[in-house]
Design a protein around this ligand. Structure first.
Ligand code: 3H9
Length: 694
C-alpha cells in the first residue's frame, strides 16, 4: 500500500492498481485530494506491468463534488479540469467505481475515466446549478457525448440526482454491481483485464449539434429564469459540445469562471452552508429527549399540516379537537395531505396506509397522557393558550415537552402557567406545515437546554430547517415582517400601486410580492393583528393599515373570499379595479401629495426596512447570528435563494450605504426610519455580517 498524502493511497494487486480516495465526510475534491489523485496516477502508471487503474472512494460516498469551501478563494493547482483531462489521456485504462453520490466534480472525474461502474444505491448528478455554477470540469462536454444533448441538458439544468438504474440506461455508467467499493473495484478491474468490461475514451465520441432543442429550452428559460445567470451559461457551454473537445472545454471554462464571479454564486453557496450550520447551536451537543409519540392540539390548517409532517417522518400522532365535527374535518384534511404527498413524490404509495395508521384522532386533552411531546396549534389567543397549557400540565407525563405553535405570543407567559416551565418551548411551523421547511425553535427564559436540543432533533427528523429564536412579538420572521410590511403600505399610501410593489419585489426575486402573499394568507389575519396591537401602537407612529382596514371592512379577505388586492377566478388572478378607489380615498383623506416611485426605489426601501429590523433582532439577541435570520427568510418567507438572505444581501451593500439610505428616509419619517446602533458600529469597525456568523 502506497500512502500518497494521507487522503489518497494506492494498492497494487497483480496487474491492478487500486487508488482509494478517503476525504471524509463526502470525499470532496479538495486541493489535497486532487494533488493526491494526480500523484497516485503518476505513481501507479510508473509501476511495472499495470494493466488497469481503478479509482474508488472510501467511506459513505465517491466524490460528492469539488470542495465548495474553496470557491471564492484563490484556486490552487492541480485544477480539476486539467486532472480530468490527464485521467482521460492516460495510456493505461483507468476506470472508476461509484458508490453513494457521485456529484458535480465527482461525476466529472468519473466521466474522464475509461469506464464507470456503479454500486447499487448510487446517485449521480450535476447539481452545480444550485450553487450558481455549471459543471466546470468537462461535465457540459462529456455528458452530452455519452447521453445526447436533451438528456445532458435536463441533468445540468435540473441538477437532479439520478438513480443507478436510470444512469445505466442513459449510458452514464457502464455496469452495475452489488458489494463493497474495494471488492467491486477488484471485480471490475479483472473484467477489464479479460475483456469482459470494455473501456473507451469519452472525448473521442462526436456529438451532433442540436440547436433546435437548445433554442427551445433557452426560450423557456428566458420566461421562467431570466434573472438567473448560470442556467444561460449552462446552455452556452452545452452548445459547444459539438465542437472539438478542446474548444468545448475552453468555452465551458470561460463560462464557469464568469459564474464564479457572480454575487448569485456567493448567495447560493451561503445558503448551502447556512442550511447545514444553522442547527449548530450550543444545545446541539446535549442529548435530546426521546420523541416517538406526538400530541397535536387543534386540527385546523396548521394542526393538520403539522400532523401530516410528523406522520411522514414515521412518528405516532394523537390529534386532538374538542368537537367531533372539527376532528372529522381535520382527520380528512390529514388524509388528503398525505395523498397529495404521494402525488408530489414525497411519500411512497406503498407506505400510505401504514403512515395513515399512525394517526389517532381523539376528543379531549386527557388523551395526551402518554405522548412525548405536545404541539399546541389552537387559536392565537393568550387566554385560550393558558387554559390549554394548564390542562396539559395536569395531564402529560413527567418529562413530556409542551410546545406551542404560536407565531407571536410570549412563550414565557405560557410557560409560567405550568409547574414545569423548563419543558415549555415554541415550535413555530409555517403554513402549509407539511411543505414549508422552516421551523422556528423559540427558547423561553426557563427552557431546559435538552428541550431545545429536542426541538432541533425533531426538526431534523421532520426534514425541516430548525432555527433558534428568542422570545419577542413575532420571534425572528414575523417580527421583521411586521416592520418591513409597513414600508410596502407607506409606499402604496404615498403613490405606488400594490401591483407595482409586487412586480418590483418579484423581479428582485421573491417568489411572490407582499400583496399576493397577504391575499393568500387572508387579509383578516393582519386585520386581527392590527387591532391587537392598536392599544400599544406608539403615538408617533404613522398608521399604515388604513387601506387594508377599508378592504377588510368591505368583506374582502383575499383569495379565500374571491377578492382582496387582486380578483380571483378559479386559479386565475386578475387586477381588482375597485382597489384604486379605496386607495385614492385614503390618500385624499390623509391629504397626501402623491409621489412616483420607480421599482428600484421600491426595492431599496423595502429591503432597507427589512435589514434594519433584522439588525435590531440581532442586537436584542432574538437571533444569535446573521445566518439565522437569513435561513428564516430563505425557508419561510420566499426570499430569493440566490441573494442568500437579507443579511447576506446587506453585506453586498455595506453598512455605510444602508446608513445613508435610512438617514435620507428619516427626513420623511424619523420615527419609522432609525439607524440601529449596531449598524453604526459596524461601519466604524469595518465589520461585515458574515464576520458574525462564526
Ligand atoms: C462542483 O463540483 C464544481 C465542478 O463542476 C467544477 C470544479 C472546477 N464541498 O449535506 P450533508 C459537507 S460544485 C465541501 O449534511 P448529506 C457539508 O457542508 C459541487 N463540503 O450530508 C457537511 O458539512 P458539516 C457539486 C461539502 O448526507 C457535510 O459535508 N456538488 C460538500 O445530507 C455533510 O453534508 C454538490 O453540490 C462539498 N462539495 O448529503 C454536492 N458537500 O457536517 C453538495 C457536502 O460540517 N453536497 N459537504 O455541516 C450535497 O448535495 C450533500 O452534501 C450530499 C450529502 C448529497 C453529498
Amino acid at each position: 500500500m502506497q500512502n500518497i498524502n494521507g487522503i489518497v493511497s494506492v494498492e497494487i494487486n497483480n496487474k491492478i492498481a487500486l487508488i482509494c480516495l478517503d476525504n471524509p465526510p463526502v470525499n470532496a475534491a479538495s486541493q489535497a485530494l486532487r494533488d493526491g489523485l494526480q500523484k497516485a496516477l503518476i505513481w501507479a502508471s510508473s509501476q511495472n506491468d499495470i494493466g488497469v487503474i481503478v479509482i474508488y472512494g472510501a467511506g459513505r460516498t465517491f466524490v460528492a463534488g469539488a470542495d465548495i469551501k474553496e470557491f471564492g478563494k484563490q484556486p490552487l493547482a492541480p485544477f480539476l479540469p486539467d486532472l480530468v483531462n490527464e485521467i482521460e489521456q492516460a495510456e493505461i485504462p483507468v476506470i472508476s467505481v461509484l458508490h453513494g453520490t457521485a456529484l458535480g466534480g465527482g461525476l466529472e472525474i468519473a466521466l474522464g475515466t475509461h469506464a464507470r461502474v456503479g454500486i447499487e444505491g448510487l446517485k449521480v448528478g450535476l447539481p452545480e446549478i444550485h450553487l450558481g455554477l455549471l459543471p466546470g470540469a468537462g461535465g457540459t462536454q462529456r455528458t452530452p457525448r455519452l447521453c445526447g444533448i436533451p438528456a445532458a441538458l435536463d441533468m445540468i439544468l435540473s441538477g437532479r440526482h439520478i438513480h443507478a438504474q436510470e444512469a445505466l440506461e442513459m449510458g452514464l455508467i457502464d455496469k452495475l454491481y452489488d458489494g463493497q467499493p474495494r471488492d467491486v473495484a477488484m471485480e471490475a478491474a479483472q473484467e477489464v483485464l479479460i475483456g469482459k468490461l470494455e473501456t473507451h475514451r469519452t472525448d473521442q465520441i462526436i456529438t451532433k449539434s442540436n440547436n433546435v432543442h437548445l433554442d427551445e429550452v433557452e426560450a423557456r428559460l428566458l420566461q421562467t429564469h431570466s434573472h438567473l445567470f448560470s442556467p444561460h451559461k449552462c446552455i452556452e457551454a452545452v452548445r459547444a459540445c459539438s465542437l472539438p473537445i478542446e474548444e468545448g472545454l475552453r468555452i465551458e471554462r470561460q463560462a464557469f469562471e464568469e459564474c464564479m464571479e457572480t454575487p448569485q454564486r456567493a448567495g447560493l453557496i451561503h445558503a448551502f452552508f447556512g442550511e447545514r450550520s444553522v442547527s449548530r447551536v450550543p444545545e446541539s451537543k446535549i442529548a435530546p429527549r426521546q420523541v416517538e409519540h406526538i400530541g397535536i392540539i387543534g386540527a385546523g390548517t396548521m394542526g393538520s399540516g403539522i400532523a401530516t409532517t410528523c406522520l411522514m417522518a414515521g412518528l405516532r400522532v394523537t390529534l386532538i379537537e374538542n368537537v367531533q365535527e372539527n376532528l372529522n374535518e381535520g382527520t380528512a384534511k390529514v388524509k388528503r395531505n398525505l395523498q397529495d404527498s404521494v402525488k408530489r413524490g414525497k411519500l411512497q404509495a406503498e407506505n400510505l396506509s401504514k403512515t395513515q395508521s399512525l394517526l389517532q384522532p381523539a376528543l379531549g386533552i386527557e388523551y395526551l397522557d402518554q405522548v412525548d411531546l405536545v404541539i399546541e396549534a389552537a387559536f392565537e389567543d393568550m387566554d385560550i393558550k393558558k387554559e390549554i397549557f394548564r390542562k396539559l400540565d395536569s395531564v402529560c407525563k413527567a418529562g413530556a415537552i409542551l410546545a406551542s405553535n404560536t407565531s407571536y405570543l410570549d412563550i414565557n407567559q405560557i410557560a409560567a402557567i405550568t409547574s414545569r416551565p423548563q419543558d415549555v418551548i415554541g415550535l413555530h411551523f409555517f403554513s402549509p406545515a407539511h411543505v414549508m421547511r422552516l421551523l422556528e425553535i423559540v427558547v423561553g427564559k426557563k427552557t431546559d437546554p435538552a428541550v431545545t436540543a429536542t426541538g432541533f432533533s425533531l426538526a431534523k427528523k421532520l426534514r425541516k430547517v430548525g432555527v433558534k429564536a428568542g422570545v419577542c412579538d413575532g420571534f425572528i420572521g414575523n417580527r421583521i415582517l411586521a416592520h418591513y410590511r409597513k414600508t410596502a403600505a407607506y409606499l402604496v399610501l404615498d403613490g405606488a400601486h400594490p401591483q407595482q410593489v409586487d412586480q418590483a419585489l418579484e423581479s428582485f426575486g421573491f417568489a411572490m410580492g407582499p400583496y399576493k402573499v397577504t391575499d393568500l394568507a387572508g387579509l383578516d389575519i393582519d386585520w386581527m393583528t392590527r387591532r391587537r396591537k392598536a392599544p400599544t401602537r406608539p403615538k408617533e407612529e404613522r398608521y399604515s393599515g388604513e387601506i387594508a382596514d377599508r378592504i377588510c371592512e368591505s368583506g374582502w379577505f383575499g383569495r379565500k373570499s374571491g377578492q382582496g388586492y387582486y380578483l380571483y377566478k378559479g386559479r386565475d388572478i386578475h387586477t381588482n379595479p375597485d382597489i384604486d378607489a379605496i386607495i385614492n380615498a385614503e390618500r385624499q383623506k390623509a391629504g397626501i401629495t402623491v409621489q412616483k416611485f420607480n421599482n428600484k426605489e421600491i426595492v431599496k426601501r423595502y429591503m432597507t426596512a427589512m435589514i434594519s429590523e433584522a439588525v435590531r433582532v440581532l442586537e436584542e439577541r432574538i437571533a444569535a447570528r446573521p445566518l439565522d435570520v437569513d435561513m428564516v427568510f430563505l425557508f419561510g418567507y420566499g426570499f430569493p435563494r440566490h441573494r442568500g438572505g437579507p443579511l447576506h444581501y446587506a453585506d453586498t451593500l455595506g453598512p455605510q450605504e444602508l446608513i445613508s439610505r435610512i438617514e435620507t428616509y428619516a427626513k420623511e419619517d424619523s420615527h419609522y426610519w432609525k439607524v440601529p446602533d449596531m449598524l453604526r458600529q459596524m461601519a466604524l469597525d469595518g465589520t461585515k455580517f458574515s464576520d458574525l456568523n462564526g
